[in-house]
Structures are given as C-alpha cells and as structure tokens.
Design a protein around this ligand. Structure first.
Ligand code: GAR
Length: 211
C-alpha cells in the first residue's frame, strides 16, 4: 500500500477535499494508496479535528518547539518516514502547510513532494497572493499544483485552475473563488500522480487509522 502523508497548518479544506476524494474514488483498491496521516505544525489547526473525525492518524508537531528550521524539518521527516518503506515510499502532500522547507527536506522527498499555491505560478509566489493579483490589475488568477523544488513555490507544474478577478473583489472574495478550484484540482493532480507513478500495487490490509 502506498501511503500518503498530508501536511497542514490551518483549516485543512484542501486536505478534507483530498480525503473525501480518496474515500469516494476508493484509492485503496483503485491505486493501492491510502491517506496514512495528517500532520500539522500547529496544534490548533482545525484540520486536525476533521482528520481525527475521519479516523485518520492526526498529529501536531509544533515548529516553535524547535530551535532551528533544520531541527524541525529533521523531526518532521522522522515522523513522515514512519509511514514510509523502502519499496513503497510515501507521497508527501503539502496542503496549506505554511512553512518554508529546508533544501535537505525537499531533496529527501524529491519527486514525491506536492504543493498547492493560490496563484497562477510563476506569478506571485510567497504570501498575500490574492491582494497582489488585485493590486497588479490581473483579470485572472487561480491556483497551481506543483512538484516542490528547493526554491519557494517553484517546481514542475502538474495542474492549474483559472478564475476571473471580478470588479470589487477583495482578497477574501478572490481567495474563496480560488479555493473552490483548489478543491478540484488537488485531488485530481494527486490521482494523476498515483497513476503516473504506479509501482507494484500491493493488496495488504490498510493500516489502522488509514482510509
Ligand atoms: C490554500 O489556499 C492554499 O493554496 C494556501 O493556503 C490555503 C490553505 O487552505 N497555500 C499557500 O499559500 C502555500 N504557499 P486550507 O488549509 O483550507 O487547505
């Protein structure tokens, strides 16, 4: 079974969309893949509650408990790798995970580390994407799913969705419009990744707390 570990920092609506799609489309039988864990760098992340309600392994690893970025990323990798094996390496999905990752972490999960960013990359990497798109007078904005490379919000693009920027839009209204599309393209992009990277499917029983 291929394990998927989802990293969040807050609401976790993208994570929830992925979990619901995995359930609806029976990823276990269709792709030999299961959501094995949801990990947040903030203990108060609302998404952890949803994950718990779904019976998933949900855990916080508070980055403020670590003196350096490297120390946190090392501990995070140790946690993720509990769901890893040499034959079936886990897919790591950043879903609103608001941390800059160290080059060592990114290299460790090269090719199996996905991110979603709320802009049409390469436009507007970083924070405050919606306000920046409005301020720039963009007529369209959107979201991008990409493989993660060492540079922030960079890496090969796997999927994008476009939405209009409407007169009178605020960062809040535009973010909401973009988010509805994120919930569609992220599960689709993960599905496509699972198909494209289909190593030997296995039929072992799912782990406890996995869907
Ligand atoms: C989403 O809009 C996601 O694209 C963004 O944070 C939000 C998380 O929402 N991610 C980034 O800005 C990463 N650079 P969610 O917690 O409800 O999924």
């Amino acid at each position: 079974m291929r394990n998927i570990v989802i990293l969040i920092s807050g609401g976790g609506s993208n994570m929830a969309a992925i979990v619901k799609t995995a359930q609806r489309d029976a990823w276990r039988t269709a792709y030999g893949a299961q959501i094995a864990a949801v990990i947040s760098n903030r203990a108060d992340a609302k998404g952890l509650l949803f994950a718990q309600e779904q019976g998933l392994h949900a855990q916080a690893l508070d980055h403020t408990d670590f003196a350096t970025r490297e120390a946190f990323d090392t501990a995070l990798a140790g946690l993720i790798d509990r769901f890893d094996s040499t034959t079936q390496p886990a897919l790591v999905v950043l879903a609103g995970f608001m941390r800059i990752l160290t080059p060592g972490f990114v290299a460790r999960y090269a090719g199996r580390l996905l991110n979603i960013h709320p802009s049409l990359l390469p436009a507007f990497p970083g924070l405050h994407t919606h306000q920046r798109a409005i301020d720039a007078g963009c007529k369209f904005s959107g979201a991008t799913v990409h493989l993660v490379s060492a540079e922030l919000d960079c890496g090969p693009i796997l999927a994008q969705a476009v939405v209009p920027v409407l007169p009178g839009d605020t960062a809040t209204t535009l973010a909401a419009r973009v988010l509805t599309q994120e919930h569609l393209i992220y599960p689709q992009a993960i599905t496509q990744w699972l198909v494209t990277n289909n190593q030997a499917k296995c039929s072992v029983e799912p782990a406890d707390g996995a869907i």
